[in-house]
Design a protein around this ligand. Structure first.
Ligand SMILES: Cc1ncc(COP(=O)(O)O)c(C=O)c1O
Length: 346
């Protein structure tokens, strides 16, 4: 058995998604003529509680467009120091949008309101004006932690008081809503724009969506064109995304349940894992005293066909998804036991 826990982005499209691709009605989306893309955009706008939405090829492109459409070169962007936009998107905020970074330390991925207040700059001769605040929910590098609605509200209210927009990197926003057992709109009401991925926990092969006001989406279409992201018969990609967003949201609690089980497996093997697993991401810390590091651990597991990712010398990340069932968790438990009992960590 091969168990792939490297990311929820490794998911392959399901049979239902492939069949939807085959029969999708398509047209020239750049001219707004693809009926499947239009259906997806209307569906997602409503689901996310926004006036309009636009299909894009990736979460990175979604974030880039939202950041660019709401700022001016020379502005600064406030974001959490380990957020995806700050760390893992090739610095597009600086290279393409001309923004200065105003990173803030988070607590489990959440920027404290006081720190955001301090980072905010109205702009003067010396210091760039804050153009945008970006938040991430769930927060990937912290270990999939969920930003509670109240924390989102506090930042949003502050942003409104100083008249700047808030962007939500909601690549995994449905994992957050699943943990909080709330309608996703309870979270997205506290942002001006949101980007959400179809190709992570929702299992679609490609794509993300950005949502906001009609005016924003009009502008966003221009930015998407500028960065080469305007597509033609994109209905073949929108069709599996529609299947994903309609059918996969309700099962995300299963991914969390299995992530909690995986956490326990590694904890029982003598490794450090935060007890509080809120979504589908598990971070395992390898102590210096272990006699091996995170990369060795990844290699040892890979030799047993269990695949995960070393984020650093001390940290290994595992992510559950549609293709990680109970049998995969049990298989992983056996592999971990075989490896680590020999090493006398347990
Ligand atoms: C929080 C977050 N935002 C955005 C992205 C970017 O998505 P993509 O890989 O589709 O560009 C990722 C990807 O892992 C992510 O984890």
């Amino acid at each position: 058995m091969r168990v792939d826990l490297r990311s929820d982005t490794v998911t392959q499209p399901t049979r239902e998604m492939r069949e939807a691709m085959l029969v999708a009605e398509v047209g020239d989306d750049m001219s707004g003529e693809d009926p499947t893309v239009r259906e997806l955009e209307a569906y997602c706008a409503k689901l996310l509680g926004k006036e309009a939405s636009m299909f894009v090829v990736s979460g990175t492109m979604g974030n880039l467009i939202c950041v660019n459409a709401q700022t001016k070169p020379g502005d600064s962007i406030i974001f959490e120091r380990t957020s995806h936009i700050c760390n893992s998107e090739a610095n597009g905020y600086a290279r393409i949008s001309g923004l200065a970074a105003a990173p803030v330390d988070g607590v489990k991925g959440v920027m404290p309101l006081e720190s955001v207040r301090r980072a905010y700059k109205p702009g003067d001769l010396h210091t760039p004006k804050t153009g945008l605040i970006a938040v991430e929910n769930t927060h990937n590098l912290s270990g999939g932690f969920v930003m509670p609605a109240a924390a989102m509200r506090d930042i949003y209210e502050f942003a409104r008081s100083v008249n700047i927009p808030v962007h939500l990197d909601g690549a995994r926003i449905f994992n957050a809503a699943s943990y909080l057992n709330c309608d996703v709109k309870e979270l997205t009401q506290y942002c001006d724009t949101v980007s959400m991925c179809f190709s992570k926990g929702l299992c679609a092969p490609v794509g993300a969506v950005v949502a906001g006001t009609r005016r924003f989406v009009e502008k966003a279409r221009g930015v998407r064109k500028l960065v080469g992201g305007a597509m033609r018969q994109a209905g073949v990609l929108a069709a599996p995304a529609l299947v994903a967003v309609r059918t996969m949201r309700g099962r995300l609690n299963e991914d969390r349940r299995r992530a909690v089980l995986l956490g326990k497996i590694f904890r029982d093997a003598g490794l450090q894992v935060d007890q509080d697993i809120q979504s589908n991401i598990v971070m395992v810390q390898v102590p210096e005293t272990a006699g091996f590091d995170a990369r060795d651990m990844v290699d040892m597991l890979a030799a047993k066909d269990v695949h995960c990712l070393a984020l650093s010398k001390e940290q290994v990340r595992l992510v559950t998804h549609y293709y990680i069932d109970d049998a995969a968790v049990e298989y992983t438990a056996r592999a971990v036991k075989e490896i680590f009992s020999r090493r006398q960590l347990i």
